[in-house]
Design a protein around this ligand. Structure first.
Ligand code: SF4
Length: 210
């Protein structure tokens, strides 16, 4: 087993007992992430919902089934990607994670990205997409293309739960976004995109969020 895989497992064990923010108080399980620790594609949602909290796995239930279907349509299974969230414990009532909770938890996501080194990051939903892209623009306008992001590609798309509410029209948009992912994967020799330096200078892996 490689050092990165071992370290990812150790990080998961640390998260399992983490009490660094108030979300520890109501959780049933920490939902650290699942999948291939050397995946080319990492999907990032907002935080665990009720079923995820109960089962300790991200994107289960109807949302998970839709996600699995869309992945399958581009030739990927759940076990071939890595799936995680911005925060690892369920916010009460499925509210958005608060700034101090994101701050407390972001080290886990940052290290997951550094260890897995996915070529493509897919953000699922408005919250994760705006946070990782550091923008106030909503997902409806962001989606449909890839962005250079910390020397890799980021493809924002809707949250599967939004697609379940919005029906086939939203599922069709998600399908288009997953086709963008497929196109990126089909060009494995393409160099990772350069990031435009932000106002603080060269982008740093140490500062993933605002
Ligand atoms: Fe720790 Fe993150 Fe859970 Fe907060 S949400 S308790 S920082 S693992």
């Amino acid at each position: 087993m490689g050092d990165a895989i071992r370290e990812l497992e150790e990080l998961g064990r640390q998260a399992a007992t983490c009490t660094a923010c108030r979300l520890a108080g109501n959780r049933t399980n920490v939902v650290f992430g699942v999948g291939d620790s050397q995946a080319d594609v990492m999907l990032v949602g907002e935080g665990p919902g009720y079923h995820e909290d109960q089962q300790g796995e991200p994107f289960v239930g109807r949302s998970g089934k839709l996600l699995d279907r869309l992945l399958g349509e581009i030739g990927l299974s759940r076990s071939e990607v890595y799936i995680g969230n911005v925060v690892k414990c369920r916010p009460p009532g499925n509210r958005d994670p608060l700034e101090d909770e994101i701050e407390a938890c972001k080290g886990y996501l940052r290290r997951q990205l550094e260890l897995i080194q996915p070529r493509v990051v897919v953000t699922l939903g408005n919250f994760a997409s705006k946070l990782l892209l550091r923008t106030d623009t909503g997902i409806t306008r962001l989606r449909g293309r890839a962005y250079p992001w910390w020397h890799r590609h980021l493809v924002p798309t809707f949250h599967p739960a939004a697609a379940l509410r919005g029906g086939e029209r939203v599922v069709a948009r998600m399908r288009e976004d997953f086709a963008v992912v497929a196109d990126l994967l089909a060009a494995p020799d393409a160099p990772p995109p350069d990031d435009a330096p932000d106002e603080a200078g060269e982008p740093s892996q140490l500062e993933l969020f605002r």
